[in-house]
Write a new protein. Structure first.
Length: 228
């Protein structure tokens, strides 16, 4: 009997190899199906309660500020017009500051750069202006302030300074500046009726009593508004 099986096995290898290959393939397929079933049943066995999912989102808001005029157009410059030596002047045209971050609460910083292309020289400290020196100060509020409303602390400097809420010596605010008109904690939604801007900025320019230059002083300084 064993001899017969041995002979049949030898015959399979020798004369019926196609049938043997088929048998091997069937056996392999059966093994694969069994392995797959084992994997599936193993996965089902991993019970979880509760389960979790990781979430990701990108917030589109970012600090942003826009300087506008009374028509809600970008204000690129302001011309103080003709002044005499020794005079001070506050802008009459609107310089509005718009928090256009889309939802962030912003506090504004102000700074100035002397463009140096003219004979005028920036002064950032108190005291009587020397020959050719000019000085700029700033206030946030809706109504136009008088030149005397600007305090020593409101003088613009090259280094950015942060706006404060109302107080006797508040930076870029007066003692009577309402909280919703200053440059501190400015809300993103529009506040000024009919405008996109949130607060109004006033700049005081002081000219020296004496100067070696005269005539048009185009783009003599640049004022920066930075949101933080
Ligand atoms: Ca002040
Ligand atoms: Ca405020």
């Amino acid at each position: 009997m064993n001899l017969l099986r041995k002979n049949r096995s030898l015959a399979c290898i020798g004369s019926d190899s196609v049938a043997c290959v088929c048998a091997f393939v069937r056996a392999l397929a059966a093994f694969s199906a069994a392995a797959l079933l084992l994997l599936v049943s193993t996965g089902r066995a991993q019970a979880a309660n509760p389960d979790s999912v990781l979430l990701t989102v990108a917030i589109g808001n970012q600090l942003s500020v826009r300087i506008t005029d009374q028509f809600d157009a970008d204000r690129l410059n302001y011309n103080f017009g003709t002044m005499l030596l020794g005079q001070s002047s506050v802008n009459t045209g609107e310089i509005n500051i718009d928090n256009n971050s889309g939802g962030l609460v912003e506090t504004f910083q102000l700074s100035v750069a002397d463009n140096g292309s003219n004979g005028l020289l920036l002064r950032t400290t108190v005291g009587i202006l020397a020959q050719d020196e000019y000085r700029l100060s700033a206030l946030f509020q809706d109504a136009a302030p008088s030149p005397s409303a600007f305090g020593d602390e409101d003088i613009l400097t090259v280094a950015p300074q942060t706006a404060e809420s109302q107080g006797a010596a508040a930076k870029f605010a007066a003692s009577t500046t309402p909280a919703d008109e200053d440059g501190k904690d400015v809300q993103a939604p529009d506040r000024l009726a009919g405008r996109a801007a949130n607060v109004r900025l006033w700049l005081k320019l002081e000219l020296p009593a004496a100067a070696t230059v005269n005539g048009l002083q185009t783009d003599f300084a640049t004022v920066y508004v930075n949101a933080m």
